[in-house]
Design a binder for this molecule. Structure first.
Ligand SMILES: *Cc1c(COP(=O)(O)O)cnc(C)c1O
Length: 463
């Protein structure tokens, strides 16, 4: 994205303000299908509808701010991933992106598996009926209690993240008289984010066991020697919001190399590799994500080629998309409050939520789009910053965007692609009440996570 002039303003400004924005779209009323979920469109009155329901009705019934999740789109994306990878691979949805019991049921029905990384996520998954053998348990610091619950439930795999954990899990499994299926998470020295990747990233991070300096090989040695463990494979996760497959290529090559070393040393060919998640989605018109079938083909080609070169049987591949499934399926609906034009700079548009329902902009400098959705407008575009209502100047939802200049308090605006890492990272900062998640499908809307109430706040505060 480039900083560039835009035809209509900012009005009264001689100097362009600092910012990271492209020119406004030719017509702000057109909803870019890249960033909106699949059933989103505008009705005859110009209001945005999702699943056939207009936002004004949704706002009236469920209030704002609120997340609206396009259930048909979610299910379609699950199917697309499952179909793309086919019966010889496994797709694990990364529950940390957004998890609720309804989501677990959809995953189960659409044939996906599920990654969890805490006792709370495990409880949600099991409570909603996900078969334990379709659950993978992750995390760099699983507690003994969490490991015990996971082993007792019979999860399909535990992804081991440290030498201490290898011993802990083996001990717990052995005490229960079971062999726990495990993978070892390795750090392959690749770090990938959006358009760049580094093939020589240093291993200075909390996750995984380094391939470099033989640590991963030593972890494999120990895991193979312990009765409580059945080592089924090696796991690698290289980053987030990735568009370029080159990082996966390097990662897959290094993982396959390790499998070859394990074969040479121990005479065993581990049957599985997991290449993690991190596939990117479109937050703005400038992002061009790949389709699941392209990703599946690219990954399977890389692994097949590397295995042929190493004379290994091709292992079963698993992937763990979180954002790429749920991210595009939801938008956050806000009501516009205070509008503050700053001469020569930009217009600050305050909404009734903020960093408590979307921390990603403040935390990662994430970029989002925004649109006026309760009506259309023929007014000129104005450069805006959409901000929340919290007592923090970094409380920004959309840093740089264009909205029609006739925007007024009471209008509804929506931020698309907020399905991942927004509700799941939501907080009660300023005693904000975390917004509901409403699933919309074929003319029906139902709450799947209800809005928090002030009673909920007081219930935790025991005086
Ligand atoms: C976070 C994470 C994922 C999912 O990442 P997305 O960017 O949401 O696809 C998958 N696997 C592991 C191990 C993770 O930590």
């Amino acid at each position: 994205m480039s900083r560039s002039a835009h035809p209509a303003g900012p009005r009264h400004a001689d100097v362009l303000p600092e910012g990271h924005y492209s020119a406004p779209a030719a017509d702000l009323n057109v909803l870019d299908e890249k960033v909106w979920s699949r059933t989103v469109t505008r009705d005859a009155d110009g209001a945005l509808t999702v699943g056939g329901i207009a936002v004004a009705r949704l706002a009236e019934e469920f209030g704002t701010p609120a997340y609206f999740l396009d259930e048909s789109d979610f299910r379609a994306r699950c199917r697309a991933w499952a179909d793309a990878f086919g019966p010889d691979a496994d797709v694990f949805y990364a529950g940390k992106a957004f998890l609720s019991r309804a989501v677990v049921r959809w995953l189960k029905e659409e044939g996906l598996n599920l990654d969890v990384c805490s006792g709370g996520e495990l409880t949600t998954a099991l409570d909603a009926g996900m078969p334990a053998d379709r659950i993978a348990f992750h995390g760099n610091n699983k507690t003994v209690a969490e490991i015990e619950r996971a082993v007792e439930a019979g999860v399909g795999r535990i992804v081991l993240d440290s030498f201490q954990e290898i011993v802990r899990v083996a001990h717990i499994a052995q005490r229960r008289g079971v062999r726990q299926r495990v993978q070892i998470r390795v750090t392959v020295g690749v770090e990938a984010h959006t358009h760049e990747f580094i093939a020589t990233a240093h291993e200075d991070q909390k996750f995984g066991i380094a391939l470099a300096d033989g640590q991963a090989a030593e972890a494999v040695r120990r895991a193979l020697s312990l009765d409580g463990l059945e080592l089924i494979g090696v796991h690698s996760h290289i980053g987030s919001q990735i568009f370029d497959m080159a990082g996966f290529e390097v990662s897959a090559r290094r993982v396959v190399q390790l499998l070859a070393e394990i074969r040479d040393e121990h005479g065993v060919e581990l049957p599985e590799i997991d290449l993690g998640g991190g596939l990117g989605i479109a937050y703005t018109a400038d992002d061009d994500p790949r389709e699941p079938h392209e990703i599946a083909k690219a990954l399977s080609d890389i692994v097949t080629r590397e295995c042929e070169a190493a004379k290994l049987r091709t292992p079963r591949i698993s992937v763990e998309p979180g954002r790429a499934i749920v991210g595009p399926t939801a938008f956050t609906l806000y009501e516009v409050g205070t509008i503050k034009p700053l001469e020569g700079l930009r217009t600050y548009v305050s909404v009734d939520g903020g960093m408590s329902d979307n921390i990603r902009t403040a935390l990662y400098d994430a970029e989002y789009s925004v649109a006026l959705v309760s009506r259309t407008s023929d007014a000129e575009p104005m450069l805006v910053r959409v901000v929340g209502k919290h007592c923090e100047s970094g409380d920004i939802v959309v840093k740089d965007a264009f909205l029609p200049a006739d925007l007024a308090p009471g209008d509804l605006i929506a931020v698309p692609a907020t399905g991942a890492y927004c509700r799941s990272m939501a907080s009660n900062y300023n005693h904000a009440l975390r917004p509901p998640v409403v699933a919309v499908r074929e003319g029906e809307a139902r709450v799947i996570v209800r809005r928090e109430t002030e009673e909920d706040l007081l219930r935790l505060d025991v005086g």
